[in-house]
Design a protein around this ligand. Structure first.
Ligand code: PHB
Length: 388
């Protein structure tokens, strides 16, 4: 007797048709627009590594399609960003763009993606505008908004009883928005910002600013730097002896992927971020082991964001059987998903930004050890984003 129900047969046939459809599609062309040189080079490479690790875990295919890569070094240079992404879209005909690290470059990319409808997944840059006025159904972020880790750290600083703070950062969207996030919660908690110090990106001439800090003696210094700049800043801060008297705190970028180079100068520092080195969950342990085996390197937050950008792409393409032009279905699937990230599961907000926990971390040896939760399920406001 045949016990197979007609509905089961229909389902199996439709699955087979979907697989055949995806197999008939040409390889998916992925444009990687990242900084492969300059102060953010290590960040770009980690994102690239993380993305490729997830693709490898899927057996080399996303949504049933083989992948080909076209890579562009964006040099963290906003003035070249529009040309760079236009070349990927118009000359190389990529299906999707993954990028980038620098907020100024990413804002130019988002404008082009919004105008052309090209799928864009941002694996780092936290510019508010991208999930605000520039938001679009074809633009997603696997990382954070700039104010989020700052806001989380401001709460921690106020709770610790610090009353006065100075801030130091590069003068561009990421630094300014990070400081704004810190200021908002620090002032809410009764703190006061004495002065906001800045220098142009990607400058590393910190001495004059450190002299000002030493003279003003705030209770705490909040600072946004990342990559090569973060290494130099944390070392200079310690070399000036300031770490002995005025605690230096920041978003976790200040100490992520940098501890090998910062050594003694970073010990004890408190930062806040959506990732840490000792989460010790099954998911993260498996990820860390796979990453270390593949690249002979320890992963950092950037590697996780690259890995999760690939996960988001895979979720969207699964729902559309590999057809990236079906933007509504793609967006519906990604915003309905719980993404199984090494950082911990997260969801995607209406404006396409992660809703996630921010950990409080402390540098111990070569690890950013998680010592608590700084902010639970923090969502960005998505101000000015008109997506329903
Ligand atoms: C940014 O420009 O948005 C940015 C760059 C590096 C980071 C974080 C944010 O680590």
């Amino acid at each position: 007797m045949n016990l197979i129900k007609p509905s089961v047969v229909a389902f199996a046939l439709s699955m087979a048709a979907q697989v055949t459809y995806a197999q008939n599609l040409p390889p998916l062309k992925v444009g990687m627009m990242l900084p492969y040189s300059g102060t953010f080079a290590a960040l770009g490479n980690a994102i690239d590594n993380g993305f490729q690790l997830y693709v490898k875990e899927l057996g080399g295919k996303i949504g049933g399609r083989e992948i080909t890569y076209v890579k562009v070094d964006d040099e963290s240079e906003p003035s070249k960003a529009t040309d760079n992404i236009n070349k990927l879209i118009k000359r190389d005909n990529v299906d999707v763009v993954i990028g980038t690290v620098h907020s100024g470059v990413a804002m130019a990319m988002a404008k082009v993606a919004k105008d052309t409808g090209t799928m864009l997944i941002i694996p780092n840059a936290g510019a508010d505008a991208i999930t605000g006025p520039l938001c679009a159904k074809n633009i997603f972020r696997s990382s954070f908004t700039n104010g989020q880790p700052g806001y989380a750290m401001g709460e921690v600083a106020a709770k610790k009883g610090y009353k006065t703070a100075m801030t130091i950062t590069w003068k561009y969207a990421a630094g300014e928005e990070s400081v704004k996030g810190f200021q908002e919660s620090f002032e809410k908690g009764g703190g006061k910002i004495l002065k906001e110090l800045t220098l142009p990106f990607p400058g590393v001439e910190f001495q004059a600013l450190l002299t000002e800090v030493a003279a003003a003696k705030p209770d705490v210094v909040y600072s946004f730097f990342a990559g090569g700049g973060a290494v130099k800043f944390v070392k200079d801060y310690a070399a000036a002896g300031l770490n002995k008297t005025i605690p230096l705190v920041g978003p976790g970028f200040l100490t992520d992927g940098t501890l090998e180079a910062q050594g003694e100068s970073a010990q004890g520092m408190l930062t806040s971020l959506h990732y840490g080195d000792n989460l010790n969950t099954k998911r993260d342990n498996e990820f860390r082991l796979a990453y270390a085996k593949q690249y002979r390197l320890q992963p950092d937050v950037y590697a996780v964001q690259g890995y999760d950008a690939a996960q988001m792409l895979a979720i969207g393409l699964k729902a559309t059987n590999g057809d990236i032009t079906k933007k509504d279905e793609f967006a519906k699937a990604v915003t309905a998903a719980k993404i199984d990230s090494p950082r911990g599961p997260f969801t995607i907000s209406r404006a396409h930004n992660p809703v996630q926990d921010f950990y409080l971390r402390q540098v111990v040896g070569k690890e950013n050890k998680v010592i608590g939760i700084a902010s639970k399920s923090l969502a960005d406001a998505g101000r000015g984003c008109n997506l329903q």
